[in-house]
Ligand binder design. Structure first.
Ligand code: NAD
Length: 296
């Protein structure tokens, strides 16, 4: 079987279009422009690229982008003061503190200082708790993007067996909660899971979020399963730098019914979902109806 390719790049473009439509309506009908503030501490090159890309896409959908670039030596007190100022700024509807933070800063403390309703990354402990109890929350962007693609491809996910490989707070755990919320039977596999190949072979849906290049071979995949590859791994092959996922695309695509490529799968959905979360946060802050299809 040759798998259908789930085109995350095209799907992300449709999400951005929907967001732009809602932003235009908010401006026209209510005089409100959603605003996203991104805080970057230090000069981590990958983080700089992400922040630039987030700012650019925020402006492209018609929202205001506020960038706060702070010195790597910024103290915890100074960073908390910036977050506090953004929490109290009515023009800012979403706040994102780019991770990782320099080692002297307590990430949990900083993230939990963001007002939960502006926490568009969905990492605040209140949002984690709300998601875990099936209540309205801000949902982490990468798993939200995966869920949107799965819903779009399958319609209902009810009763499907899903295996999430990886138990991080950013991807694995919230992904499992979202799949459970859509009535999947969910297994979370991780580095200590016994007989991972057999666990994965049971799955109708496999979400790989491990960070190990091409770790999942095709013979772990049940015939016809849907494979969502979250991994972004830079490797060198034949003297060239290459981006690969956590699954071996060629062999998995032979057995899967559908698969996301790397690049062009989950990756582009993450920023699209950040924009979606910001417009959702803006609507909630103003007591307006939330855009449909942009939340979990
Ligand atoms: P992480 O390192 O925090 O977590 C990795 C998880 O994989 C851990 O829970 C660990 O138990 C599990 N694991 C490690 N080795 C394993 C093994 N041999 N077998 C089974 N499980 C194993 O990583 P993360 O932040 O969740 O990211 C995972 C991957 O997703 C990375 O490649 C990262 O770059 C990528 N990522 C992509 C996006 C995106 O926008 N597409 C966003 C976030 C992360």
């Amino acid at each position: 079987m040759a798998a259908n390719i789930i085109d995350g790049k095209a799907f992300a473009a449709t999400v951005r279009e929907k967001v732009a439509g809602h932003v235009a309506r908010l401006k026209e009908e209510h005089g409100i422009t959603p605003g996203l503030a991104v805080v970057l501490v230090g000069e981590d090159p990958a983080s700089q690229v992400y922040v630039r890309s987030k700012g650019k896409q925020t402006v492209e959908v018609g929202m205001n982008s506020y960038e706060h670039k702070l010195d790597a030596a910024t103290s915890e007190a100074d960073l908390l003061a910036v977050v506090d100022q953004l929490n109290n700024d009515p023009n800012v509807h979403g706040i994102l503190v780019q991770l990782p933070l320099p080692g002297h800063l307590n990430e949990d403390l900083i993230i939990n200082s963001i007002a939960p309703e502006k926490d568009v990354d969905g990492f605040h402990i209140s949002n984690v708790g709300l998601l875990g109890t099936g209540q309205k929350s801000m949902v982490p962007c990468t798993p939200l993007g995966c869920l949107m693609m799965l819903r779009d491809y399958h319609g209902s996910l009810s009763g499907m067996d899903a295996v999430v490989i990886g138990r991080s707070n950013i991807v694995g755990k919230p992904m499992a909660q979202l799949l459970l919320g859509d009535s999947c039977t969910v297994t979370i596999a991780h580095s200590r899971t016994k007989d991972l190949p057999e666990v994965v072979r049971r799955a109708d849906i496999v979400v790989a979020a491990v960070g190990r290049p091409e770790m999942v071979p095709g013979d772990w995949i049940k015939e016809g399963a849907t494979v969502i590859d979250v991994g972004i791994n830079r490797i060198e092959r034949d003297g060239k730098n290459k981006l690969v996922g956590d699954v071996d695309f060629a062999s998995c695509a032979e057995r899967a019914g559908a698969i996301t490529p790397v690049p062009g799968g989950v990756g582009p959905m993450t920023i699209a979902c950040l924009l979606a979360n910001t417009v959702t946060a803006c609507c909630r802050a103003n007591g307006l109806a939330e855009p449909e299809g942009l939340t979990a």
